[in-house]
Design a protein around this ligand. Structure first.
Ligand code: DAH
Length: 347
């Protein structure tokens, strides 16, 4: 008895089979693969097949079995696809609500600051977060024993084989390092701002964090004056905090600027009358600034007889805290949606 022509007939049938619905398909599957189905029945007859036909019989029956399985899978898949299509063409269903994301408050503030400075010709430049002592300290005129280089402030990346920190590779502690990178690569006139992330080895609390963001500004040309610095920052403060804002400058010290100043703005919460945010002074400190120290120009290959410049640096977290009245720095880094969703109206 030769069963092969019969198996071939079934193979053709399987090839041609089409299922109208899942029930159809299930019946087809049971008819072939069910316990008493066509395929198991053939396997039972294997014993009676004469030895010289066993090999060919085996191959045919396996081919049939595999074919049925493949056919069932393909048809199942295409029935499902068909069903979903059907689902989407039901025009009476309500639409899926589209929830737009929101920008992070630090991005909103950074973008706004960039846009204000770009209106008066400042470009944006960036530098690496992993830096070296030269760019973060030496070429910014930090004396070798300056406390800012201290291990308590700076995260050093590499250690010597004996476990001692090596002081030449570190996480930048301020974006002033980008000033050095820009001066290395560009000739004056230079007019740029540099937003970026900075790192300091501080215990995390509502008022301090080991990661924060700054925006650095640098303007170098012939005849740049302190009056221009003041006017630039006055323009920025009014554009950002509102037209009623006043500024005042207090003398300060930074190694890379001479003279140096800190700038305060009118407290926007009380309009200068005094409240608990401004500690009843009417003023809020927002940035450090000054005329680029001639040493810094010279260290970076710029002729300090010919060129002068001004620089300033501000903390983005601080400015965002004032704008949105956020009282805990940790909120910026926790990615809590209840916090982030409150900024979806800004962009
Ligand atoms: N780099 C200073 C800091 O991190 C901020 C700063 C002060 C930047 C004065 C400047 C500047 O460019 O002129 O505290």
């Amino acid at each position: 008895m030769n069963l092969i022509p019969e198996i071939e007939k079934y193979i053709r049938e399987v090839h041609e089979f089409k299922a109208k619905n899942p029930e159809d398909l299930e019946q087809f599957r049971i008819r072939f693969l069910g316990k008493k189905g066509i395929v198991p029945e053939f396997f039972k007859q294997f014993k009676e097949v004469p030895p010289e036909q066993k090999k060919e019989f085996g191959q045919h029956i396996n081919q049939l079995k595999q074919l049925v399985q493949e056919r069932v899978n393909t048809l199942r898949h295409s029935l499902k696809k068909h069903q979903t299509k059907h689902h989407y063409t039901d025009l009476t269903l309500p639409g899926d609500p589209f929830v737009p994301g929101s920008r992070h408050p630090l991005s909103i503030v950074r973008n706004e600051i960039i846009s204000i400075f770009s209106r008066i010709g400042f470009t944006v430049s960036e530098g690496p977060e992993i830096e070296d002592d030269t760019h973060v300290f030496s070429k910014l005129n930090f004396p070798p024993d300056h406390p800012a280089r201290d291990m308590q402030d700076t995260f050093f990346i590499e250690k010597d084989p004996d476990g001692e920190s090596r002081h030449d590779v570190l996480l930048r502690t301020h974006t002033s390092s980008v000033q050095v990178r820009v001066m290395e690569n560009q000739k004056p006139p230079i007019r740029t701002i540099s937003p970026g992330r900075v790192f300091r080895n501080e215990a995390i609390s509502p008022r301090a964090h080991c990661i924060f963001h700054q925006i650095e500004g640098l303007y170098i040309d012939t005849d740049v004056s302190f009056a221009q610095l003041k006017q630039t920052l006055y323009y920025f403060s009014r554009a950002f905090f509102g037209p009623e804002t006043n500024v005042r400058f207090r003398p300060s010290y930074f190694p890379f600027t001479e003279p140096s100043a800190e700038m305060d703005i009118t407290c926007m919460l009380c309009g200068g009358k005094g409240c608990n945010v401004c500690k009843y002074t009417g003023w809020l400190e927002i940035l450090g600034c000054g005329m680029v120290d001639p040493n810094v120009l010279e260290f970076n290959g710029i002729d300090s007889e010919k060129y002068t410049g001004f620089a300033f640096g501000m903390g983005i977290e601080r400015i965002a805290m004032l704008k949105y009245q956020i009282n805990d720095l940790r909120l910026y880094f926790e990615n809590d949606l209840r916090f982030l969703e409150q900024f979806s109206a800004d962009f």
